[in-house]
Design a protein around this ligand. Structure first.
Ligand SMILES: [Ca+2]
Ligand SMILES: [Ca+2]
Ligand SMILES: [Ca+2]
Length: 209
């Protein structure tokens, strides 16, 4: 990235017009943003230890310094779907509540902080699965669905993304089904402060030249 900025600065020296200078600044800002995306904070949830969400069925998970994750659903042993296991699910996973529970046949993970990307594997055997990444108002930012999760059907991984994701909601739309689980959930968090610092650093560098 430093080399790219240097190239941009060399070109910038030769260009006198204000318009070109503005374009160059935009390029540097965009480079700073792109470089930072690969280093954004990640939270991994596999329901197999307290720090990766094994207690989420009964209590919220505090993830310092970002905030709290809460779960409406049940933690379930992951051995009901061979495709799910082949996709990497192990131990326990995050499952929907049963048809006689309230809310029925659904699960939802809530985040007290913004998330920009969620990757996961999914299983279920009988029935199907519908998954939505939602913002704080419940608007759907991205979604995935599969009409059947019987043996031989795909089980992920799938990535849902959007700006300001605050919950991951999923359900089995087929009546009477109580098993539709997710595992190895990877959350990517935008770190606004880091992006801003990188951008300001690039601007200072540009100003000095
Ligand atoms: Ca697991
Ligand atoms: Ca399956
Ligand atoms: Ca269940």
């Amino acid at each position: 990235m430093k080399r790219l900025i240097k190239t941009c600065l060399v070109k910038h020296k030769r260009i006198l017009s204000l318009t070109k200078s503005t374009i160059c600044t935009a390029v540097i800002l965009s480079l700073a943003f792109t470089a930072n995306l690969s280093a954004l904070p990640i939270i991994f949830l596999d329901a197999d230890t307290p720090t990766t969400g094994s207690d989420l069925g009964t209590m919220p998970l505090v993830v310092a310094p970002y905030g709290t994750i809460t779960f409406v659903g049940e933690i379930k042993t992951t051995n009901f779907d061979i495709d799910f296991l082949n996709a990497g699910a192990t131990g326990s996973s995050f499952d929907i509540l049963g048809p006689n529970d309230t809310p029925a046949q659904t699960a939802e993970l809530f985040f007290s902080f913004d998330v920009i990307s969620i990757e996961f594997v999914y299983g279920g055997n009988f029935g199907g699965i519908e998954i939505e990444a939602r913002d704080g108002l419940g608007n759907v930012l991205d979604s995935f669905s599969q009409t059947s999760t019987v043996d031989g059907m795909p089980a992920g991984p799938i990535i849902l993304s959007g700006s300001g994701i605050r919950s991951l909601y999923w359900r089995d739309p087929v009546d009477g089904q109580g098993y539709a689980a997710l595992d190895n959930i990877t959350l990517i968090i935008p770190e606004a402060a880091t992006i801003l610092l990188l951008a300001l650093g690039s601007l200072t560098l540009l100003k000095r030249r």
